[in-house]
Design a protein around this ligand. Structure first.
Ligand code: BMA
Length: 376
């Protein structure tokens, strides 16, 4: 519906109902960033949901660093429409990511995915600049230190600069910057990361978000980014979802992460809480004129052979205003039980093909046909 109201405002207004609302968090965002956000909106409003997979083409079960290889493609014959990439350790100036992938290979695969018509979204499990510990460090006051302690702040910005250099290096064959989503400081309503709820005050989290965003767009002049807000599953609790929300003018896409951890015990907690959160997303998406996505999910090891069609599909397709994408986590080459998409021979593979064939579910070639070429 929203789109119809907007035709008069041209590109920048595709996903908004008044011109004032059309401006993304980055007011100078490239035109194709605006288009990328608007594409999410169009997908949702057509009752479709894109399938995404983390680190899809850099490794999988039994292989690594084979250009264009993909467990999802080997099982379904198509690529995911959305690719998640993890840039943890880029802040250290290292050659390899937290998951032991060369950053140059991640860059290459982001460019290839973009050239095929796919969408890229970036997460960042950065080390704690306060003490050098991992993202999972729970030292309270780390965010406050970044904000208030000059030395810690300088260390953080040094790392952020390296992330920015990576963003800048994302160029297509014509030298144009490639638009990507960035999902900083995710799952912060939980308390397992140093930026989590027990470790910082809401206003400190918001200040860290703003500092980061302002640095990227204003200090570094980087305009190929749209920003996704991605708390942990709050089970539909609106107050909790927005307690640490940076603001409508700082966020372009709403989302959340939730995993099906009690798979063997049945569906209860996961399906109930995810359904509630998706409902909340849908309502707030309408109210705030922002698309919404299911940023991270999955059942580790996929022990239910029909998980994709019987658990995930009913959740993400049960609406005329679906999440624009759902992304399952990575197929860890170094720890084969840590996988979230089927690979050839996996007992859930036939069901995954059925999932792909559902009319609502878009893999990459369908996204390209229907929404890029077809201009739905
Ligand atoms: C987690 C796990 C870790 C990984 C991290 C960053 O959920 O998959 O093994 O290092 O994400 O990708």
């Amino acid at each position: 519906m929203r789109n119809i109201l907007l035709l008069g405002f041209g590109l920048a207004s595709i996903c908004c109902s008044t011109k004032a609302e059309c401006i993304l968090a980055d007011k100078d965002a490239q035109k194709d960033v605006v288009e990328m956000v608007a594409l999410l909106d169009r997908v949702s409003e057509n009752g479709k949901v894109m399938f995404g997979h983390q680190d899809d083409t850099v490794y999988g079960i039994g292989w690594k660093d084979i250009e264009g290889e993909s467990d999802v493609n080997k099982v379904t014959g198509d690529y995911p429409a959305v690719y998640g990439w993890e840039l943890g350790h880029i802040e250290l100036g290292e050659e390899y990511s937290i998951d032991s992938v060369k950053f140059s290979n991640i860059r290459r695969e982001i460019i290839s995915a973009h050239n095929r018509g796919g969408i890229n979204t970036i997460s960042w499990h950065l080390r704690n600049p306060y003490n050098g510990e991992s993202s999972w460090d729970k030292t309270p006051g780390s965010v406050a230190a970044i904000l208030n302690d000059e030395e810690v702040q300088a260390k953080y910005l040094e790392g952020l600069d390296r992330l920015c250099d990576f963003f800048v290096s994302l160029k297509d064959d014509n030298g144009q910057s490639i638009p990507v989503f960035f999902r900083p400081f995710h799952e912060h309503t939980g308390s397992w990361f140093w930026w989590g709820a027990d470790q910082c005050k809401p206003e400190e989290y918001v200040a860290l978000w703003k500092m980061t965003q302002d640095y990227i767009k204003d200090e570094r002049g980087i305009h190929n980014i749209a920003y996704i807000y991605s708390p942990a599953d709050v089970e539909g609790d609106k107050a909790k979802y927005f307690e640490r929300y940076p603001g409508d003018d700082k966020v372009d896409v709403l989302g959340f992460d939730s995993y099906h951890r009690d798979e063997e015990k049945g569906l209860s907690r996961y399906t109930t809480s995810v359904a509630k959160s998706l409902n909340l997303m849908k309502e707030e998406s309408n109210r705030r004129n922002k698309p919404y996505v299911f940023c991270e999910t999955g059942a580790e090891g996929i022990k239910m052979d029909r998980w994709f069609t019987e658990v995930l599909y009913p959740l993400v397709s049960a609406s005329d205003h679906t999440p624009a994408y759902v992304l399952v986590w990575r197929n860890a080459v170094e720890k084969p039980t840590h996988h979230y998409a089927p690979y050839p021979g996996h007992p859930a593979a036939p069901d995954f093909v059925e999932f792909m064939e559902k009319p609502e579910v878009l893999f990459e070639s369908e996204l390209v046909e229907e929404f890029r070429k077809g201009k739905k």
